[in-house]
Design a protein. Structure first.
Length: 315
């Protein structure tokens, strides 16, 4: 099988590349950065412009055709939103090569899940526990502090800032004013969890709860844990929203409650911890693409992970 991964410049991509190569798949990598670290580990590497570039779609589709790609998997939120908007357009024909290879969870309301304010609103309306969240911009009233300032639509933890006092609020709201829309979210002090799960027609097929022990955009240390409370919450969300495919969510626990803070309709950056714990969610993704029955893996084994830097030398 020929698998296309995007983007391959992230800290976590080496393990994902090695996973697919371990399956004897041919791995093609793309990234906007010609020096992306993943270029050294994939079988073939191509530079593809950023999604906002007018050349992006044509150059990506050209890679898919030339490399005879079977499966295209992306961790890049702007990329997923781009193709979702195209797929939902009733007038513009959707490219056949993308329709044949993509693994995205297309749906009309996908943009609402990416929008932090809209997502929290949807979850709250259906009875799920979420942090208080309001739209914020330069000149907006200062919320109760401390709070979390984050983009309404973002990738990972970029520009997510804990605001402790009025000085910090004024500085960051002015500094980030040109970057678009933001939200101020109630600060919940407690352990953080990421949940990797594969849903099949509105039902959870496989799920792994990971506690985030240390992170900087991507998890640096984490452990697989078991939580029936989080399992029940995710099953409820999947059922009420008819969620399908591979997704991840983030929660913060406090005083017995689990606050849903983010919903990401894509694989997580640290999905390999879930895979190594015995729940091969990436295989579920391939099974879905090939029209095969989704394997149920049962409970994950307890496992811890630490991510470290390594040198790579080249000429």
């Amino acid at each position: 099988m020929i698998v296309l991964l995007s983007p391959v410049g992230g800290q976590a991509m080496h393990g994902i590349i090695e996973y697919f190569k371990g399956r004897n798949d041919r791995v093609i990598g793309i990234d906007a950065n010609p020096e992306a670290i993943g270029r050294h580990f994939v079988d073939r590497f191509h530079v593809v412009p950023l999604v906002a570039d007018s050349r992006y779609a044509d150059e990506l589709l050209d890679v898919i055709r030339k490399e005879k790609v079977d499966v295209f998997i992306s961790w890049l939120d702007p990329e997923i939103r781009f193709w979702n908007r195209w797929a939902m357009n009733p007038i513009l024909p959707f490219p056949g090569s993308m329709a044949r290879t993509h693994t995205f969870n297309f749906r009309p309301d996908l943009g609402c899940f990416y929008d932090k304010l809209e997502c929290v609103k949807m979850l709250k309306e259906r009875g799920f526990c979420v942090p208080d969240t309001v739209a914020s911009a330069f000149g907006s009233p200062m919320p109760e502090l401390p709070c979390i300032l984050k983009p309404r639509v973002s990738t990972g933890s970029r520009d997510v800032i804990k605001i402790e006092d009025e000085v910090a609020w004024d500085f960051h709201i002015m500094r980030l004013a040109h970057k678009g829309r933001f939200v101020a979210q109630e600060f919940i002090d407690g352990p953080e969890y990421t949940v990797d799960f594969f849903a099949d027609k509105g039902k959870v097929a496989n799920l792994v709860v990971r506690r985030r022990l240390e992170h900087q955009g991507v998890s640096l240390r984490g452990e697989v844990v078991r939580s029936l409370a989080i399992l029940d919450i995710v099953e409820g969300i999947v059922s009420k929203f008819s969620i399908d495919g591979l997704n991840n969510m983030q929660f913060i626990a406090q005083d017995g409650d689990y606050y849903a803070t983010d919903f990401n309709p894509r694989p997580s950056g640290t999905i390999m911890l879930s895979v190594r714990a015995g729940v091969d969610l990436l295989n579920n993704l391939i099974e879905r693409k090939e029209g095969r029955e989704i394997t149920a893996y049962g409970k994950p084994r307890r496992l811890k992970m630490v991510r470290y830097l390594a040198d790579h030398y080249y000429v």
